[in-house]
Design a protein around this ligand. Structure first.
Ligand code: ADP
Length: 300
């Protein structure tokens, strides 16, 4: 009996020992695997570090390239614009009709190129994180009034009217007026370009949560649902008979979205083909650096 029990206990012990050894081996194998994974992670980490360094260098290069290009392109363009204006203002008899038209063509083309260069530079500046927000008090009613003054003369036809809903006189934001105005000017110039008759309406609506919506509604050609997201991509221009006639770069809305993000806001669009569109920017009443960071983080 005793011998039987001893044998059984011995066998049990042996099994336990075998199991222990098996687990030890398993642990050793896992440790080995872990070490390999660790080595892999370290290798990946240093590769990522290298790539991050390269990106930093590329971004620095891009910034210095930009400031050079900005000078190299803008200065001669400004000269062409100013000189062609001088030519056009010159009230002599030197110019025939043809030459006058050609000088007008030079002036218009140079201005168009100047606008593209400016949009590109603004976009690149924001992307390089070099565009600062300068927040100050902005009286919304006054801002809308100024925009009316700028855009009324640009309506080429009486078939389109520019209407402004009066904003509350005491609606004052703490934000970057230049950037907010640039967003609204982009909406308005698109509305003017893509509306042949009806109305363009600019309005400001205070929203919950200390935010304000500024919107431009037009009764123009509208945008098909499948294009509503694409139009915010750089260089995207939709095709159609009216689009072919108007000038554009496809940069306006991409820049607008970036500017809105800098202001801690978002851009929305609602549209129906043939019926018109509403483009809106929603910004916090009071700009904070954290709001910009949140808007940036929410970037799709
Ligand atoms: P563009 O310089 O061509 O106007 P944007 O980036 O401002 O560039 O706009 C991109 C495209 O979105 C335009 O080419 C146009 O097809 C469409 N779009 C923008 N605003 C409107 C609008 N108010 N009504 C109809 N289409 C619009």
């Amino acid at each position: 009996m005793t011998t039987d029990r001893t044998t059984a206990e011995g066998a049990e012990l042996q099994r336990a020992l075998d199991e222990l050894r098996r687990r030890e081996e398993e642990i050793e194998r896992l440790n080995h695997e872990l070490e390999e994974t660790n080595r892999g992670v370290l290798a990946l980490y240093s590769e990522l570090e290298g790539q991050a360094e390269e990106l930093r260098r590329a971004s620095e290069l891009k910034s210095s390239f930009l400031s050079n290009v900005s000078h190299e392109l803008r200065s001669p363009l400004a000269s062409i614009i100013n000189l062609s204006r001088l030519l056009l203002d010159y009230d002599g008899t030197v110019f025939g009709d043809d030459q006058r038209r050609q000088a007008q063509y030079i002036s218009k083309s140079a201005q168009a190129l100047f606008d593209i260069v400016n949009d590109l530079l603004d976009l690149a500046k924001i992307e390089a994180g070099k565009s600062d927000v300068r927040a100050g008090p902005v009286n919304v009613a006054e801002l809308l009034g100024t925009l009316r003054g700028v855009f009324r003369p640009l309506l080429a036809t009486d078939a389109v009217v520019l209407a402004i809903d009066p904003a509350p006189a005491d609606l004052v934001l703490m934000t970057d007026e230049g950037k907010l105005s640039q967003v609204l000017r982009n909406f308005l110039s698109n509305a003017v370009k893509y509306t042949e008759r009806g109305e363009i309406r600019l309005r400001a609506t205070p929203l919950d949560g200390d935010r304000v919506e500024l919107s431009v509604t037009d009764t123009g050609i509208g945008i098909a649902p499948e294009n509503l997201e694409r139009i915010f991509e750089e260089f995207v221009q939709l095709e159609g008979p009216l689009q072919a006639r108007v000038k554009g770069t496809g940069l306006g809305l991409a820049l607008t979205r970036q500017l809105a993000r800098l202001l801690g806001g978002t851009v929305t669009v609602q549209s129906a083909p043939g019926r018109g569109s509403t483009f809106a920017v929603i910004v916090p009443r009071v700009w904070t650096a954290e709001a910009s960071a949140t808007a940036e983080a929410a970037r799709a």
